[in-house]
Design a protein around this ligand. Structure first.
Ligand SMILES: C[S@@+](CC[C@H](N)C(=O)[O-])C[C@H]1O[C@@H](n2cnc3c(N)ncnc32)[C@H](O)[C@@H]1O
Length: 275
């Protein structure tokens, strides 16, 4: 008789590897292209001045700064010190009092109900243990508070990028793909009874580059997941991945050709009320 053994993923080991991945390259260069996603999410969440806001997996501060500009009392959590440092520099330059805290979204260093709003832009979706990070967001959000997320969808361009990378360098066994956070079913499953109202909206951000290859080179240099995938492959694998990412860009590009590209990347915007 054949038996199947279900092993629990080693989340601590996977998280350590993922932390090293996000610390590689320079994610702040990617973030510099997408602040509009943060501005739109903060607006959709209707954050008012004085609200205690936590930006989860906040990277170099796009969302934290957007909320701080509204007069919110903002804390930004991430596990990559260099990105937090970049966020601090940006906040100082703008004269905004944001607290940047090093920590794991799956075990946050905050008391229960410490915040009136918990937000994350393409951030918490990347924590390996989705159930744990969902539980933590609900725990630190006060009853009646807001949980607002922007998550890349599986069908969208970045969902496609992760599938393309995963076909060359398989993701860790047993963990849910990050873009599942970009589906209504999975969001409802993860937040469950912890929220009582939820508004969902599909939106698109358009990446713009000089050419398909410019996108591929930029992400290969700056974006940890792409950088690490190329680094794990031999020469043939690298050429094949490069060709496939170029092809993905061409499939999504609205302009066509070898010149400038405009790549709509779909994400799911979620604004929920904590029960
Ligand atoms: C795609 S970036 C988005 C950063 C930021 N939210 C933004 O919009 O610019 C993903 C971020 O999630 C952070 N991250 C992923 N898993 C995390 C975890 N378990 N705990 C804390 N940060 C995490 C990474 O360090 C990285 O900064």
């Amino acid at each position: 008789m054949q038996t199947t053994t279900m092993t629990t993923p080693d989340f601590a080991a996977i998280t350590a590897r993922q932390q090293a991945t996000w610390a590689s390259g320079d994610y702040s260069a990617i973030a510099a292209r997408i602040p509009v996603i943060s501005e739109l999410l903060v607006d959709a969440a209707d954050l008012r001045s004085g609200t205690r806001v936590l930006d989860v997996a906040g990277g170099s501060g796009n969302t934290a700064l957007a909320a701080a500009r509204c007069g919110c009392d903002v804390t930004s959590l991430d596990y990559v010190p260099s990105l937090l440092e970049r966020g601090r520099q940006r906040a100082t330059a703008e004269g905004l009092p944001v607290a940047f805290v090093e920590g794991d979204a799956q075990a946050m260093p905050f008391p229960d109900a410490a915040f009136d709003a918990v937000i994350s832009v393409v951030g918490v979706m990347f924590a390996a243990d989705q159930e744990a990070s969902a539980r933590e967001m609900l725990r630190v959000c006060a009853p009646g508070g807001t949980i607002a997320l922007a998550n890349w969808t599986p069908e969208g361009f970045i969902g496609g990028l992760f599938r393309t990378i995963g076909a060359h360098v398989p993701p860790p066994a047993g963990i849910s793909p990050p873009p599942l956070w970009g589906t209504e079913d999975r969001v409802r499953e993860l937040l469950g009874e912890g929220v009582r109202e939820m508004a969902l909206r599909r939106r698109r951000y358009t990446f713009r580059f000089d050419s398909p290859r410019h996108f591929t080179d930029f992400f290969r240099e700056m974006y940890g997941p792409t950088l690490k995938a190329f680094a794990a492959l031999d020469q043939d694998g690298r050429e094949s991945l490069e060709t496939e990412i170029d092809g993905l860009v061409r499939r999504f590009d609205r302009l066509g050709g070898d010149g400038p590209v405009a790549i709509p990347a779909e994400y799911l915007e979620i604004v929920a009320t904590r029960s």
